[in-house]
Design a protein around this ligand. Structure first.
Ligand code: CP
Length: 306
């Protein structure tokens, strides 16, 4: 039963609940018009304390496509946070107006804190370098659509694996399915955190690490590229040194399997050359669209209308 629940981290959902959400998203994709009134009278608040294009706008589009309404802010400077209001008080207030809240906040743990003060479901739309569970649902719906399911994949995660919340979320989520293997491709300074490798060790999941994308790209079914995130660095010199560690271009794509897909949560900066966009294996703009459909399904489930 998903009605009334919070979504703070991907593994708040069971494997069968992920199936349920993906199955509903697939029904919506086939016949969107039959869902365009199901949230009539419901309100989604989008509280974004950090910049976003895809997550905020796809949440808002999702609720509007379901016939509901949307309110919120995209810059905390325009909210009473700027006057010193606590997150707890903001959430107590907003949850008394709306049916569901999607919140992004730069502080790790902010979504969990919000859930303790909210009278409606909280969806974590990204909390610092921690988790981004609706990006994970987006990635999973894309994998299900393009690779036929969640099992038996070799998935390469490339780029900023230290601060990349999408990587932390997707690797944890995919580790629950059989016969998946992970290849973590990063400079040493941006390696995946120990709490993730510990989780994978405990779960008995096979993984390797690499520093050169060219040396492993040919082994992959899915390549998950990520941006080196300037906003997470304390030292600009480190960012400048590491920002162009990986640039996927047609030459590297020529080493990859014919049926590999390239995902990226976006936004990208330099890590995928625009020439790759025309390669049929580039799936990151399809992924964007799946993100809206999976958020439609999630909103419908958490509000209890379906
Ligand atoms: N993928 C993602 O979270 O994109 P935005 O930062 O634009 O929301």
């Amino acid at each position: 039963m998903l009605k009334g629940r919070n979504l703070i981290k991907p593994n708040d959902l069971t494997v069968s609940e992920i199936d349920e959400i993906c199955a509903l998203a697939e029904q919506i994709i086939v016949d969107p018009n039959s869902f365009n009134e199901v949230c009539r009278g419901k309100i989604l608040a989008t509280l974004f304390f950090e910049p976003s294009t895809r997550t905020r706008l796809s949440f808002e589009a999702a609720m509007l496509h379901l016939g509901g309404s949307v309110e919120g802010f995209s810059d905390a400077a325009n909210s009473s946070t700027a006057k010193g209001e606590s997150l707890a008080d903001t959430i107590r207030t907003v949850s008394s107006y709306v049916d569901v809240i999607a919140m992004r906040n730069p502080k790790e743990g902010a979504a969990l804190l919000a859930s303790r003060y909210s009278s409606c479901p909280i969806i974590n739309a990204g909390d610092g370098g921690h988790f981004h569970p609706t990006q994970t649902l987006t990635d999973m719906l894309t994998i299900r659509a393009l690779k036929g399911g969640f099992e038996g994949h070799t998935i390469g995660f490339c780029g900023d694996l230290k601060f990349g919340r999408t990587v932390h979320s997707l690797s944890e989520a995919m580790s629950r399915y059989k016969n998946n293997k992970f290849v973590f491709i990063s400079p040493k300074e941006l390696a995946v955190p120990e709490y993730i490798t510990q989780y994978l060790n405990d779960a008995g999941v096979e993984y390797t690490t690499a520093e050169r994308l060219e040396s492993v790209i040919g082994d992959l079914d899915i390549l998950y590229m990520t941006r080196v995130q300037k906003e997470r660095f304390f030292n600009e010199q480190d960012y400048i040194r590491l920002k162009d560690s990986y640039i996927l271009d047609n030459q590297k794509m020529s080493l990859a399997r014919k049926n590999m897909i390239v995902l990226h949560p976006l936004p990208r900066v330099n890590e995928i050359a625009p020439e790759v966009d025309d390669d049929p294996r580039a799936a990151y703009f399809k992924q964007v669209k799946y993100g809206m459909y999976v958020r439609m399904a999630l909103i419908a489930k958490l509000t209890g209308v379906l």
